[in-house]
Design a protein around this ligand. Structure first.
Ligand code: PRP
Length: 214
């Protein structure tokens, strides 16, 4: 009976979604209509395999999965840490590798050493708080931004930033550097806790087929 039920995937929009589709294709799961870059459609169905896919903003993916609107989600581990939702993290997909770092001008290195009260700009206030308060035991002022966080130290909004570093070129081009590394990051598969019980076989089989590729 459960085979009549659609399994729903929520994919973080952008590079992660394309990579995820490539990976799924390798295990025979395709969704042709999703490849049309010009389409404004939000949800895509594979009738034969009883699968549905939708694209969402990265930070919303764990929300859809926690509430069961999606059974499965693919999103960066940065988002999983930041959102802290009740979901099972089942697989490291091995792509989207980058690092969460404290970055800033060279002159800010001293401020970090001496545990001074500094201003930290980030799209990830929870990760920044956890790192400075719980790991470094340093009291800081955290300022939430929504993008182009590198501007923070350049225009004098903050002393440092907590942000993702992939190639390092955004930092280089703006005269900033990695001052401390917080953790490595990559794309992860997450599963709704009830779906994991109700659809154990389908989800386990999917995970084991993907595991062989990752
Ligand atoms: C991310 C991140 C850095 C940049 C790092 O930003 O916040 O700015 O990529 O990549 P790099 O090390 O390869 O240069 P994103 O492109 O997601 O845009 P945003 O600044 O608007 O968040």
């Amino acid at each position: 009976m459960s085979n009549d039920r659609y399994l729903t995937f929520a994919l973080g929009k952008g590079r992660l979604a394309s990579k995820t589709l490539e990976l799924l294709e390798q295990i025979g799961i395709t969704c042709e209509e999703m490849k049309d870059k010009d389409s404004r459609k939000l949800i895509f169905v594979n009738e034969d395999l009883k699968l549905r896919f939708f694209l969402a903003k990265g930070p919303d993916v764990p929300t859809y999965v926690e509430y069961g609107a999606a059974d499965i989600g693919v999103v960066g581990s940065d988002t999983i840490m930041e959102e802290n939702r009740r979901v099972y993290e089942v697989l490291d997909l091995g792509f989207g590798k980058c690092r969460m770092c404290v970055c800033g001008p060279e002159s800010a290195r001293e401020l970090l050493k001496h545990h001074e009260m500094i201003r930290v700009a980030s799209k990830y206030p929870n990760i920044a708080k956890d790192y400075f308060y719980n790991k470094k035991h340093q009291t800081v002022d955290i300022i939430k931004l929504n993008g182009s966080v590198e501007l923070g130290p350049i225009v004098g909004l903050s002393d440092v930033i907590v942000d993702i570093v992939e190639t390092g070129s955004t930092l280089r081009e703006n005269g900033l550097q990695v001052l401390e590394e917080i953790c490595p990051l990559s794309a992860r598969m997450i599963v709704n806790q009830v779906s994991m019980q109700m659809e154990t076989e389908r989800i386990r089989s999917l995970i084991s087929r993907l595991k062989e590729l990752c």
